[in-house]
Design a protein around this ligand. Structure first.
Ligand SMILES: Cc1ncc(COP(=O)(O)O)c(C=O)c1O
Length: 391
């Protein structure tokens, strides 16, 4: 069989998260491993109403083939929202609807990368972005992520290599929960202005800020080769698989659109109508405010429980939004070896390894706080604390 497989698929690791989710889904296991939004945040009643309304109003259009770039009305909604909230001047031609941001990552890899091309990523970064880009067998240049964001000197050094694009998650980063500071963003922008590279800002969590002030995008609206990714996965529902890609670069958009035609012709049009109708007929800002309040409470429960149950040698980030926080164990400890012991204690997390392109047996782990109630979070952290004290 090996002979029949492409080099691309052989170079792509399986998703560690998906493989451990099975173990972690045993009843009784408290799982901080997944990346699932809290299902209580899905606006199910309103979506049911929208479902009926779109079928009645638009008839066969919601079931027919459609255009690759996506439903114009939904793209207009996104253009207006991004103008109002982020000050970006967009038309619908700057926006392609994608089947989740994950598809955007796949398309970008296909459009920009040949084998051996350079890609700059944060260290650590979103594991499914590593997977998506790996299909094209690039060379990864990981740059350290500090409390302030991507390390500017590291970025400058990495840009000395032949690099096609830089991939960043500046707000409530997956996996660390860190947010790039204002100073860091302007420094990174200055550096990127001097290089012919594409900047990808992946922003699935930006709307979920439960503390602090919103900060400007780094490259969107400023750099000639900028791509901004967004999604309704964390604010409406992930199962609909509706995300979007924004760029002001016509050539990039055109090539990405061709790749999307090849990939899936267009994103599920029923889902696009559904999301658009929902947005148009409901108070989306109020819905988001509720999710933020929910996640703020859950994040605080997790941090307070860690303050209480974790030994002082274990450090962790304090996210201002999003869905994750990042734990650093003492030097030399391996979160991967801890994982089976944690399962014995009926608690699960994601060890740091799959979030790096160049590290094994990392002393870090990712914890998700959005998919469990406060009591469960406190109990899970207590179990993890017991294990960490035994270290
Ligand atoms: C950083 C990042 N990018 C992209 C995605 C994919 O999101 P979507 O559901 O829109 O495909 C996720 C999902 O967890 C993510 O954390």
């Amino acid at each position: 069989m090996e002979n029949l497989l492409s080099e691309g698929i052989k170079a792509t690791p399986p998703s560690f998260v998906r493989s451990i989710l099975k173990a972690a889904s045993d009843p009784g296991v408290i799982s901080f491993a997944g990346g699932l939004p809290n299902p209580v945040s899905f606006p199910q009643e309103a979506l049911l109403t929208s479902m009926e309304r779109i079928v009645k109003t638009y008839g066969s259009h919601v079931f027919q083939y459609s255009i690759t770039a996506g439903l114009p009305e939904l793209r207009q909604y996104i253009a207006d929202r991004y103008h109002r909230i982020f000050g970006l001047n967009l038309t619908i031609d700057n926006i392609i609807i994608t089947t989740g941001s994950q598809q955007a990552l796949d398309l970008i890899g296909k459009v920009l990368l040949d084998k051996g091309d350079g890609v700059i990523v944060e260290k650590p970064t979103y594991l499914a972005a590593i997977q998506a880009f790996s299909m094209q067998q690039p060379n990864f240049y990981p740059v350290a992520l500090t409390e302030e964001g991507m390390n500017p000197e590291g970025l400058e050094a990495a840009l000395q290599n032949p690099v096609k694009f830089v991939y960043m998650i500046p707000d409530f980063q997956n996996p660390t929960g860190l947010t790039y500071s204002a100073r860091n963003r302007s420094r990174l922008l200055e550096i990127l202005r001097d290089h012919e590279v594409v900047l990808i800002e992946d922003d699935p969590y930006g709307e979920l800020r439960f503390e602090g002030e919103r900060l400007p995008y780094i490259g969107a609206g400023k750099l000639p080769y900028s791509i901004l990714l967004g999604t309704f996965s964390k604010t409406v529902t992930p199962g609909m698989r509706v995300g979007f890609l924004i760029s002001e670069n016509k050539e990039l958009l055109q090539k990405i659109s061709i790749a999307k035609e090849v990939g899936n012709l267009h994103t599920n049009i029923f889902a696009q109508y559904l999301i658009w109708d929902y947005l148009k007929n409901n108070d989306f800002d109020m819905h988001i405010a509720k999710i933020k309040e929910l996640y703020r409470k859950q994040a605080h429960t997790m941090m307070e429980s860690m303050d209480r149950y974790f030994p002082p040698t274990v450090k962790y980030t304090r996210p201002q939004g999003g869905m994750f926080l990042w734990v650093t164990l003492p030097e030399g400890a391996s979160a991967m070896s801890l994982f089976p012991k944690a399962l014995e204690k009926k608690v699960a997390f994601v060890p740091g390894d799959p979030f790096y392109t160049d590290i094994r047996s990392a002393n870090t782990m990712r914890l998700n706080y959005t998919n469990a109630d406060s009591e469960t979070i406190a109990e899970g952290i207590r179990r993890l604390g017991d294990l960490l004290r035994e270290l």
